[in-house]
Design a protein around this ligand. Structure first.
Ligand code: NI
Length: 175
């Protein structure tokens, strides 16, 4: 079922979400189906449960057959629950980001360039990956949602924040 996306300014987006304690449940399966439906409907690259007003540490991302970002490197379709992120270097890389909760806007956001992330899939099986570049950016953006952080809070140079159609940024996806 396609769910409504909360938009920036809604205090529910600012909560620190709760860990998932039970895996493989019908409730978790239904949540993930709603998240997939909603993300696909809006051509998103990722979605976090708090964006549809579910206060749990669940994110999904991937599906880079996105017509709005045809040249994006492949990011596998991923369900990541109770994630932990560890940077592998101090090195940062800035890039354009958009967010389904911040429609119509883009910002230039610094992120860790390389990181290791771990968490569980919907069955509770542990997942661990070392990633960089766009994949690393998407994970950081989504996991920030679980701590009540929206990408504009990460922007350092607000000259590089504005409306998508004015900025003329090529091929940025909303997360
Ligand atoms: Ni987002």
């Amino acid at each position: 079922m396609i769910r409504e996306i909360l938009r920036m300014g809604d205090p529910r987006l600012l909560r620190v979400a709760q860990p998932v304690t039970e895996f493989g449940t019908p409730q978790l399966a239904a949540l993930l189906q709603d998240m997939r439906d909603t993300m696909a409907h809006l051509d998103g690259a990722g979605l976090a449960a708090p964006q549809i007003d579910v206060d749990l540490r669940v994110v999904i991302f991937g599906g880079m057959s996105n017509p709005r970002y045809p040249d994006a490197p492949a990011v596998p379709d991923t369900v990541l629950i109770n994630p932990e992120l560890v940077p592998l270097a101090d090195e940062e890389e800035a890039g354009w980001e958009g967010c389904l909760s911040v429609p119509g806007l883009r910002g230039w956001v610094p992120r860790w360039k390389r990181l290791r992330y771990a968490g569980c899939d919907e069955t509770g099986r542990r997942l661990e990956r070392t990633v960089e570049g766009f994949h690393a950016r998407v994970v950081q953006h989504e996991c920030d949602h679980l701590d009540g952080i929206l990408y504009p809070m990460r922007i350092r140079d607000f000259r590089l924040f504005g409306f998508t159609d004015v900025l003329n940024v090529p091929g940025v996806v909303d997360e």
